[in-house]
Design a protein around this ligand. Structure first.
Ligand SMILES: Nc1ncnc2c1ncn2[C@@H]1O[C@H](COP(=O)(O)OP(=O)(O)OP(=O)(O)O)[C@@H](O)[C@H]1O
Ligand SMILES: [Mg+2]
Length: 452
């Protein structure tokens, strides 16, 4: 089981060759109406008995077998029931190795799924896997006459996260065609880049993957935060970090910048979206995300407004719940997966859940120095010191959005227009609440400053 294009069918075929077992594709037969199931299994048993080693009976896309609940045609019902009975007898079916594939394991009828003794998951390849796949297909043994350097393939493997085997093959084909158009059998990196641009990665289509758009240098100020994060990330391959503090202080943006800075993959799960399928009673979806993140590691997974992922159940019990699952992930994240939670909800922050975070970084309102940097970034021509004389309590978001709004209103960005806008921004009463929270939770950045 696993997403399309990850080599499930090919895997079964390879097994048959490696083990020297004949391969019988019975997909069409068992899915057809009035399928002669009894005869089919009788024949398979005969063949298996005669051959010393046995055989592989293969069913592609087993989810295509209807469930007994859905079938209306009595003959088909009979066939399906018989199929299930025959499958049950697989242990007596000596020498018949049944292999089914599916990319929708969760949609499988339980009666069918439980008939299989083993489940093998085919996940999208990691960097090394992608390189191996590319090498096989770029190799001239494939019968073509194109040349690609190993170094370029390595670079391509680096860039092609989320691409499954089938995608990678297509990337190469497109690159070859592109090279050929310019009349060359030598495929250079430009051709490969063309190929990858023209091919969508399968593995991330159904996941909230985001291409990180910012790096540390794109965030104004907060230099100690950046330095601390760098030292954390340079030293370990797994981490569980919380960014907390008042709204609009760049927590969510910093999570993206961490991924961007290191060139890691980035998954953003937004707790604030009520419709989000990632937040809810079931742990299945979050579990899927973590599994995919592991496969595409190094990967940053940001639980934005993490309180929404756990608050619903609140307490620490319920092993099956999302809360329970979140707890276990936070306690032991898979290698190469960096988990960043963000939150601005002071009440939540005091809960027992907090202990799971190795690092807790407080994102306070920007200091005067940070504010100068922010104004300089968003209104480079305006005298920032003058602006601080008007307001010193604005958040990063206040500053960024004020400048955006002025420009979008078609006005000029100057001292006067900014003054008019920022006067009206209400004070953030919540900030005071954090003093208590910091006492209870700690402030990783302050600790870091002290140590330094
Ligand atoms: N350090 C920064 N440098 C430049 N712009 C920033 C910075 N921090 C925040 N911003 C701007 O403010 C916006 C809001 O920041 P962000 O959404 O990351 O805040 P947040 O702390 O996650 O807030 P909330 O608690 O409300 O979710 C960003 O999209 C960006 O435009
Ligand atoms: Mg946020």
């Amino acid at each position: 089981m696993g997403p399309p294009g990850t080599g499930k069918t090919l895997g079964a075929q390879v097994l048959s060759v490696e083990l020297g077992l004949p391969f019988y594709d019975i997909s069409g037969l068992v899915k057809g109406q009035n399928a002669p199931i009894g005869q089919l299994f009788g024949a398979l048993r005969d063949i298996a008995k005669k051959s010393k080693k046995g055989l592989i009976a293969f069913i592609d896309e087993v989810e295509g077998l209807s469930s007994r609940k859905e079938v209306v045609d009595p003959l088909q019902y009979q066939a399906l029931t018989q199929f299930l009975t025959e499958m049950q007898g697989v242990k007596n079916n000596h020498g018949i190795f049944m292999i089914g594939t599916t990319n929708r394991a969760n949609d499988l009828d339980e009666a069918i799924r439980s008939r299989f003794d083993e489940e093998v998951e085919f996940l999208p390849p990691d960097k090394k896997g992608r390189y191996e796949i590319l090498k096989i297909h770029a190799n001239k043994k494939g019968g073509h006459k194109f040349e690609v350097t190993e170094k370029d393939l390595e670079k391509l493997a680096d860039k092609s996260y989320g691409y499954v085997g089938r995608d990678l093959k297509q990337v190469l084909n497109r690159s070859f065609t592109h090279a050929k158009k310019s009349g060359s059998n030598k495929v250079n990196f430009e051709d490969l880049e063309y190929g990858i641009k023209k091919t969508k990665p399968s593995a991330i289509r159904d996941m909230p993957f985001i291409e990180p758009d910012v790096k540390f240098e794109d965030l104004a100020g907060y230099e100690d935060h950046k330095a601390l994060l760098e030292s954390i990330l340079d030293k370990t391959e797994e981490n569980v970090i919380l960014f907390y503090g008042p709204k609009g202080t760049g927590k969510t943006l910093m999570a993206e910048a961490v991924a961007g800075q290191y060139g890691y993959n980035y998954i953003l799960l937004k707790g604030s979206e009520l419709e989000s399928k990632w937040v809810g009673e079931s742990k299945d979806n979050v579990e899927k995300v973590i599994a995919r993140a592991k496969q595409l590691s190094p990967c940053v997974v940001c639980f934005d407004e993490i309180s929404s992922f756990v608050e619903r159940r609140g307490v620490l019990s319920h092993k099956d719940s999302q809360t329970g699952y979140m707890q276990s992930v936070l306690s032991r994240p898979p290698q190469g997966v960096y988990i960043i939670g963000t939150d601005n909800n002071p009440d939540f922050l005091r809960g027992p859940f907090m202990d799971r975070f190795v690092h807790k970084l407080y994102f306070g309102k920007p200091t005067e120095k940070d504010q100068l940097a922010l104004w300089k970034k968003y209104a480079p021509k305006v005298n920032a010191k003058q602006l601080l004389k008007i307001r010193k309590d604005l958040s990063c978001r206040d500053i960024a959005y004020t400048c955006k709004r002025i420009t979008e209103f078609g006005a000029e960005l100057n001292l006067e227009t900014i003054r008019k806008m920022i006067r009206g921004i209400p004070e953030d009463e919540d900030v005071k609440k954090y003093e208590e929270v910091i006492k209870e939770v700690g402030d990783g950045v302050e600790d870091y400053r002290r140590l330094k």
